[in-house]
Design a protein around this ligand. Structure first.
Ligand code: MLT
Ligand code: ZN
Length: 477
């Protein structure tokens, strides 16, 4: 079990990185102690900022020797407290933010090697400059760092077409608990050699090793795209639209995001520069995006034709197709600003859940009933990645209602929501991971054999239990 670091251990760690590579001053350390949602507040004796893999390796070797707990830290945009130390004041924070080199781009092999501290936007831009696409896309991409994105196996708005973070990785470089460096950065589409170790580290939230760099999969840059907002009367109609778009456009469908009218109203009211489709009479809105490689695809025409047919069949009430890049960006801004609009409006109870796509309407119906019954001070605001079966199924405090009473409903609502999701064959964490927020629920609800295997892997890769203790798995090794 980890123990508090001695003064000598702290001095050894500081000596590896020098004055530029560590923070101890309270004001400088403060941003590393609270999570993005302000659910957790921790303490640390030291924030370490290695500038390369060699330094990170030496730091881990010392932590292993001294039994010091280490909490890896990226852009701090996670929703589950995965990058926040506990309140004991003994866990060392290791932030990857100085490791932000794009090491190489290979246009022919469609690959890019980025260090863990590169923001997701920086990776997207580097790919774009080489006329390539790195497709992972999140509202927080300007801040989220690639190490955290991979450690949490992040999802986002293009999963429908390109998959989650794990699907976008050729290879990894990571520092193991004892300081050894795992370096499997090859960009091979076929490499059928034994266990897939990199996939274990992806989504492990820094509990099995600390990702320092990754070789990422790129795609041809789309030459044509079309974006629209469609109004529908029900989630079942949205599902019918999804089916039509899939049939008509195949894998050119890159985005299919559902938004209730209420989410659009609060976002259009509070956030500048977002598209406002409220003139369309509809209870729900769907943001649709098509993208493809050739300029002669005429995607806008295809999208218009598919939406016109859906209108004719009374699947959609109406639609607006973006006529310019600016309009398309405003539509995406509307969708991506919903979390911020919700925060500005007041307290919310959040659930990041998924079910098979075909069951999304049932999830919304029954989840809405749960909110009405178990958290009546909240309005349902279920939005997000419908094309992936993933909704952010939230309740937003009604204006003027008592926040403390609302928050008291959270545990009961969460249990009921998770029971519902499980009964529909879904997941209690679709894309935000487990962190510390869901570790207990995960332990309780997951297949016991799966949990036992995870503990066995943890014991093997982190026998002293120093890597991000208390995250993902409840107890140490
Ligand atoms: C999103 O899709 O907007 C993000 O995952 C954040 C959220 O859960 O609200
Ligand atoms: Zn999301």
């Amino acid at each position: 079990m980890p123990r508090p670091p001695s003064a000598a251990a702290l001095a050894d760690l500081q000596a590896v990185v020098g004055a530029a590579g560590c923070l101890t001053d309270a004001a400088a350390v403060a941003p590393f102690l609270a999570d993005h949602r302000r659910l957790y507040r921790g303490a640390t004796p030291l924030v370490l900022l290695p500038k390369n893999t060699g330094e990170a390796s030496r730091l881990l070797a010392i932590c292993h020797r001294e039994l010091c707990a280490v909490v890896p830290h990226g852009g701090n945009t996670g929703y589950c407290g995965g990058a926040t130390p506990d309140s004991s004041g003994t866990q060392i924070v290791l932030a990857l933010q100085r490791m932000q080199r794009i090491r190489s781009i290979d246009r022919m092999n469609l690959s890019l090697i980025a260090e863990a501290g590169c923001t997701l936007s920086a990776v997207q831009e580097a790919a774009q400059q080489a006329d390539r696409l790195f497709p992972l896309s999140l509202g927080s991409e300007g801040t989220a760092q690639i190490g955290g994105v991979l450690s949490t196996n992040a999802g986002g708005t293009a999963v429908l077409r390109y998959g989650m973070a794990r699907d976008l990785v050729f290879g990894l470089e990571a520092v193991l608990a004892d300081g050894r460096v795992l370096s499997v950065l090859k960009a091979l589409r076929k490499d059928n050699t034994g266990y897939d170790i990199k996939s274990l580290l992806i989504g492990a939230e820094g509990t099995l090793g600390i990702i320092t760099a990754a070789n990422l999969k790129l795609f041809p840059q789309p030459q044509d795209a079309a974006t629209a907002l469609a109004g529908v009367d029900s989630p079942a109609a949205a599902l019918a639209l999804l089916q039509r778009l899939r049939d008509a456009t195949g894998d050119m469908l890159t985005g299919f995001e559902l938004m209730p009218r209420f989410a659009v109203e609060i976002t259009a009211l509070q956030i500048a520069g977002v598209a406002n489709p409220l003139a369309l009479s509809a209870a729900w809105f769907v943001l649709v995006e098509l993208a493809g490689p050739g300029e002669d695809l005429n995607l806008r025409t295809r999208l218009e034709a598919t939406l016109a047919a859906a209108h004719e069949a009374e699947v959609i009430t109406d639609a607006t197709v973006a006529m310019s890049m600016t309009q398309a960006e405003a539509m995406w801004k509307l969708r991506e600003s919903i979390p911020e609009a919700q925060t500005r409006r007041g307290a919310s109870l959040k659930h990041d859940v998924s079910v098979p796509v075909s069951l999304v309407p049932e999830l919304i119906q029954r989840g809405g009933e749960l909110i009405a019954r178990l958290a009546p001070l909240g309005d349902m605001i279920a939005y997000g990645h419908m094309g992936d079966g993933n909704l952010h199924f939230n309740a937003s405090l009604k204006v003027g209602a008592a926040v403390a009473e609302f928050r008291r409903c959270a545990p009961v609502l969460e249990q009921a929501m998770f029971d519902l999701v499980e009964s529909l064959g879904g997941s209690i964490s679709a894309e935000h991971g487990i962190g510390q927020l869901k570790a207990a629920e995960f332990a309780r609800r997951a297949d016991p054999v799966e949990i036992a295997l995870m503990h066995a892997l943890k014991r093997t890769l982190d026998p002293r239990g120093i890597l991000n203790p208390g995250k993902v798995l409840l107890s140490g090794p």
